[in-house]
Design a protein around this ligand. Structure first.
Ligand SMILES: Nc1nc2c(ncn2[C@@H]2O[C@H](COP(=O)(O)OP(=O)(O)OP(=O)(O)O)[C@@H](O)[C@H]2O)c(=O)[nH]1
Length: 305
């Protein structure tokens, strides 16, 4: 557990540091409120607790904690426990400290036993907080990822598309968007089985990912339909690039359990017109191009500027 100790009195700070280090905590220090804010910003990622004196010159403990809570709120950070340290046992002082954002209040001189007990409680909170942060991260990942192919799901693909459209508006760069669909995929399922169909979907995505640039996006729009976003494209290259994806699928069959499954895809492509065009309009145009590719023979790219 990493603890920030803030106290302008050297002896108090060093004594606390000694006790906490003996208990096995890693300690960083600050000698006033402003330094506390700076240290918090630098260490926000892995800090577990702040122990902060109330009375300090310049920025006092109360103002520093208010500023830290504001930063946390703005940056949507997880809660970080704060314990105030003060010689004052007045009800009003305790009330002010907790209102400012403190979680506990220790009266100086601090008993070693009380400090050890409080640190045990804070350790529990820190562990709980870590688990919460990790499960939130996992939850967000699951909520935005397609369970089968591990690429962006429709919801997160649309969020990314909106984001890339704004970037394209600002930078006046060309943004290409493609929608592709496996050809006669029902026949793959019917002939080779649903598991083989799943394996084909995974393999197709892997092949496309292999030829995408780092900044490109692929997402599953549903069933056997996928979307591709290509930011910063050269408009003259759009067709060539998407045809490379098409041929990457056609060039060799997908092998599943030693069985060769020939697969092709049809792609509908368009480019973002800028201005007030919405993502729905953009995707609709790409979908219409895909429909035309299907209607006119499949295994082809149709471009609708
Ligand atoms: N294995 C598997 N099949 C899926 C999945 N999602 C959708 N499908 C199948 O994809 C097939 C889509 O069939 P259709 O919409 O008739 O299209 P198609 O056979 O690909 O024909 P065209 O698109 O016209 O070339 C259906 O059989 C769905 O069951 C999936 O996650 N796994």
């Amino acid at each position: 557990m990493k603890v920030l100790i803030v106290d302008d009195t050297n002896t108090d700070r060093l004594l606390l540091k000694l006790h906490l280090s003996k208990m096995g905590f890693s300690v960083i220090e600050a000698t006033d409120g402003q330094e506390a804010i700076n240290q918090f910003v630098l260490n926000a990622e892995d800090l577990d607790l702040i122990l902060i004196d109330v009375q300090m010159p310049n920025v006092n403990g109360i103002d520093a904690v208010k500023a830290i809570r504001d930063i946390q709120k703005q940056q949507k950070q997880e809660w970080l426990p704060v314990i105030f340290l003060s010689a004052s046992a007045e009800d009003e002082a305790i009330e002010e400290a907790i209102t400012a954002g403190g979680d506990d209040y220790l009266i100086k001189p601090i008993s070693q036993k009380i400090l050890a007990a409080k640190m045990l409680a804070m350790q529990r909170i820190a562990d709980m907080r870590r688990r919460l942060v990790e499960s939130n991260r996992l939850f967000e990942e699951m909520a935005s990822t397609d369970y089968l192919t591990d690429v962006a799901n429709r919801r997160s693909f649309e969020v990314l598309l909106t984001h890339e459209m704004s970037a394209s508006r600002r930078g006046l760069s060309c943004l290409a968007c493609g929608v592709f669909d496996l050809d006669k995929f029902k026949a793959v399922n019917d002939t080779f089985g649903h598991d083989a169909g799943d394996a084909v979907l995974i393999a197709v995505v892997e092949r496309i990912k292999h030829v995408l640039r780092q900044s490109d996006v692929i997402g599953r729009l549903g069933g056997e339909e996928f979307g591709i976003i290509l930011p910063n494209m050269d408009i003259n290259e759009v067709l060539v690039v998407f045809d490379r994806y098409r041929s990457a699928i056609e060039e060799s069959p997908i092998v599943h359990e030693n069985v060769e499954i020939p697969v092709t895809i049809s792609i509908g492509v368009t480019v973002f017109n800028g201005g007030n065009e919405t993502k729905e309009e953009l995707l609709k145009r790409a979908d219409e191009a895909l429909y035309e590719a299907k209607e006119t023979g499949r295994n082809k790219v149709v471009y609708r500027p």
